[in-house]
Design a protein around this ligand. Sequence first.
Ligand code: MEV
Length: 314
Amino acid sequence: ERRAIGRAHSKLILMGEHAVVYGEPAIAVPFDAVHIEAEIQHLEGPVLFISDFFQGELEKMPKRMQGFVACIKAVCETLNQPIAHFRVQLKSTIPIGRGLGSSAAIAVALVKGLYSYFQKPLNRLQLQDFVDLAETFAHGNPSGIDREAITANHPIWFERQKPVETIRIEKTLHIVVADTGRVGDTHAAVSSVKALYSSNQDQTKATIEQLGQLTHQSRFALTSGRYDRLGLMLDQAHTLLQRLGVSDPGLDHYVQVSKEAGALGAKLTGSGRGGCMIALAPSLEKALKIERELEAIGAENTWYCQLTNEVIDY
Ligand code: MEV
């Protein structure tokens, strides 16, 4: 029986979320503790979509998932295949709407799965165009960092309209990721920063530029192994993100608890207002302690992410 699978890992933004929308740089890393598989299987009749969030015919998918519908249709049209006679099943451990790039990851897995099912070669540019299509529905004005980080197998330096660069870290990075369990709306968070920019331009512009400077400094800290300095930069970035209005008391509390448990620094990651937080730990042992403390205050989930220069193959 005809069947194919497309896979994608998730991502973490280390530095520069939101500011990246305004042309500042950002640093993101692949995060494969959570991932997704899209299985495409032959099935007569209209396209059937099966996932945790929707089960049914493609044509009946709710409006907020139209990006995925558009993506599937665009792939079939590009490959001259009928939009029928297959079933899509998503199996994912990436929590949705938590700043871990679930929507870009779903799109990547879908496109890879479909190309494999139709036995056609897929190049990176084609993949990215399809993901952009899906992301534009979901986010309005995506910077493109999610698309790049989801398809990268190493830490990246990202700036809008510029080629992506690989970052080589000096030594192993111990990161704790904690999920507040609360869904953050990327579209709403990006729009709120835009509104702030219009109403209070000078101050907002200054905050965004400071985030950009911190991202530059963080790159140096990463490549020179000065992780104590990097920790301070994470803290400063969190304060600046608070100023942009994209943190919330829950995330602030996670940051504080992580610090008390020995983190070198901590900040929200992704679009914020719910979603996830990252903490930089000085060692594996400390990372495990931070995880325990965050679970004790009710984190829905925590993960330990050990980052090296080893290529993550997906
Ligand atoms: C979302 O992962 C990152 C944001 O900067 C939005 C974007 O860059 O498209 C909040």
